[in-house]
Ligand binder design. Structure first.
Ligand code: GLV
Length: 308
């Protein structure tokens, strides 16, 4: 029974030593040293190669080393192969840190103050109390919920939106297409933490951005595919939106002439909101392998019909 990883060398070394120390019974290999393909039961990667099931006839589970699984072509994989997303607590921690940094920067008008500094201007602006600032999170999975729970400490007005009705302490929850516009109309700062599926692709578009209050801001921590970038540029240029903080883009890295690079109202980071760390992810991965070995349900199992 082999667990085959396709990861970079440094991460590979960390995974190898964790398995050697804590689970020596599992034969762990690293792409391209695949060993006997018929022995590979588990495959772990962020970007898996195509046609995995043809190369590994006894493959049973693919473990994404990421929270999102949109990079997998689920339709191509035969049904019996299970796909599991990474529920590393280190990812949630990273996303919470990034979301808090971004929300507090926008809430405290840091983009404006940085422009003023560059212009040599010393000028204060009215400080909106947190209790009057409305923050909305799209996507109420483990990451969205963790972000909302952390933001509660600041006393913001919190809203959440998901495809089905959820209940989260201290958060006004909205559900489904019918409630999307009324949710958006109450978000001064909107955070996208949705999974990328056929239903959510391009969900941040001219129509939805126009539903936000004038001068609202956007934080995209989901996927570049959620956002129609030209529509965001128009919303920023017209003043409908005041600022965007983007950790994910349609094309990563964006082309050197992409307008986001130099846009005065866009902050970009290179998809670093969270990173799976072998140290914290190891326990989650091993627990899932042990569950699978004894026929128990794994945590983070993807529902094929939902795509997440
Ligand atoms: C990173 O984007 C992830 O999905 O973990």
């Amino acid at each position: 029974m082999t667990l085959l990883f396709k990861v970079d060398e440094a991460r590979g070394r960390a995974w190898k030593s964790l398995f050697e120390t804590h689970a020596p019974d599992i034969d762990v290999r690293f792409w391209p040293d695949i060993g006997d393909p018929s022995q590979v039961r588990y495959f772990a990667a962020w970007q898996p190669p195509r046609q995995l099931h043809e190369r590994f006839p006894n493959l049973q589970v693919i473990f994404a080393t990421s929270a999102g699984v949109d990079q997998f072509d689920l339709g191509e994989l035969p049904e019996p192969i299970k796909v599991v997303r990474m529920l590393d607590p280190g990812i949630a921690q990273g996303i919470v840190e990034y979301a808090c940094f971004a929300v507090l920067s926008l809430h405290r008008q840091i983009p404006l103050y940085l422009h003023q500094q560059q212009a040599g201007r010393w000028q204060d602006h009215f400080l909106t109390p947190a209790a009057q600032r409305r923050i909305g999170v799209m996507g109420l999975g483990n990451l969205g919920v963790a972000v909302l729970q952390s933001l509660r400490a600041f006393n913001f007005q919190l809203h959440g939106w998901a495809r089905s009705q959820k209940s989260i302490d201290g958060v006004q929850c909205h559900a489904g297409d019918d409630q999307l516009e009324s949710f958006l109309s109450q978000c001064d700062i909107l955070i996208c933490l949705l999974p990328l599926t056929d239903d959510t692709r391009d969900i941040l578009n001219a129509r939805t951005l126009a539903a936000l209050p004038k001068g609202a801001s956007l934080i995209n921590l989901g996927r570049g595919g959620h956002l129609k970038e030209d529509d965001l540029l128009q919303a920023l240029d017209s003043g409908q939106l005041s600022h965007a903080i983007l950790d994910v883009l349609n094309e990563e890295p964006p082309s050197p002439d992409h307008r986001f690079w130099q846009h005065p109202h866009v902050w970009l980071t290179p998809h670093v909101g969270a990173m799976t760390a072998p140290q914290s992810a190891f326990e989650v991965l091993l627990a899932n392998i042990r569950r699978h070995q004894v026929g128990k349900p794994m945590q983070g199992l993807i529902k094929r019909d939902h795509g997440y």
